[in-house]
Write a protein that binds this ligand. Sequence first.
Ligand code: ADP
Ligand code: MG
Length: 262
Amino acid sequence: MSEAAQTNLLQPGQSITPTTGSRAPLKVKIPKVLSVSNLHKSYHKGRLHVPVLKGVDVQIHEGEFTAIVGQSGSGKSTLLHLLGTLDAPDKGEIWFQDRRIDNLPARQQEHIRNRKFGMIFQFYHLLPELTTIENVLVPRMVQDNFLSYMRNKKKYLTRAKELLDTVGMAHRLNHRPSELSGGEMQRTAIARALISDPTVLLADEPTGNLDGESGGEVMSTLLNLQRTENLTIVMVTHDNAIAEKADRIIRLVDGKVTKLQS
Ligand code: ADP
Ligand code: MG
């Protein structure tokens, strides 16, 4: 008997069908949000061909917090960029919910990227001349046309404040990035990534530039958001202590996924 069956825990992707009672069978299935199959990616440096991903299969389920770990150069960022349609694979498929996305026209990929994926990186990429709350509003300003932005501005402001409160930045709304600590800048970047209410947050080494304490706070913030926003999170990290707080760890070694832990 599998461990899941012994403990009666519902596993991602598994359905349960109660057999007793007069009502129609109840099916509960945790849907897949992102999946990749047989993903290959190489880079070309002059005449040199550098294979990075050599047949990666990964499935990410709704509400799951997955950490991708592996040595420097093992292809973690490459995989995350492919998941977020920032780059195209040489071979293989990437699916978002029920839709294959790696072969969509650029404009459709951009639409999905802007509306369904939030992204954060090791360096926060905040605009230095804008305040915290203005930085959080930037994706809405870019995505909406002027009239639509003005019509919805009050709603966006309320949501930006709510998110900044959730990430512990309510007391720094009008500060500029130069007046913030690294951890505060990253928490602002998290709020900005969530202003469009994405389904998935993709994070590339979000604690990589922070000391242990600030990194721990950023991780706690992400774990809290996973719960309160029902967010699916895929996070690349080389920090095992941080990775162990996720629901699941995917390890990349030599271009392949070697070990899955739950
Ligand atoms: P990780 O994030 O695990 O450190 P990356 O995915 O950034 O690894 O990189 C994997 C490998 O691919 C490295 O050897 C890196 O030098 C190479 N690489 C990454 N991006 C490029 C690029 N744009 N052009 C050429 N080589 C690249
Ligand atoms: Mg990287």
